[in-house]
Ligand binder design. Sequence first.
Ligand SMILES: [Zn+2]
Length: 181
Amino acid sequence: MNDELRAAIVQDDATGRVLMLGWMDEEALSLTRSTGTVHFFSRSRQQLWQKGETSGNFLHVVEVILDCDGDAVLVRASADGPTCHDGSTSCFTPWLWRKILQREKQNAEGSYVASSLSRGTAFLARKVGEEAVETAVASLAESDERFVSEAADLWFHLLMLLRSRGVDPSDIEDELRRREK
Ligand SMILES: [Zn+2]
């Protein structure tokens, strides 16, 4: 059992959101339990690492649960910050949000995402206002194709506005879930 790796799923204790998947050997599992912060074994680097050791975004253990046959681990934890290396709350992030973060990071010449984000929140707030009006008009007076196109513009610009304020889409999900109660 010693050199066997267990899949370890980390779940946010407060929201239930799956944050990431990593691998644990015996040492990583035992350190996770004894230190109260999540440790993994990196298969690519073949070494132990502590989540947050470079980013500062540690995962604080609430509960460690082994599955029925002991080859997988569920860790319920609270996160100090974004869990994914790309800046998302979770490694399992919607495609469009991941694209926006990638384009921002690459900051390539001619990238609409990068240039819009660098123009700032006021610019994006105005764009969201315009796109919202265009979407509303299209919903009443235009074809499905036009309506979808305007709604896509609105959705995309709203995500960029969130990004420019440093808000993650998971914050919106959490707010909606709170209201459901
Ligand atoms: Zn990730």
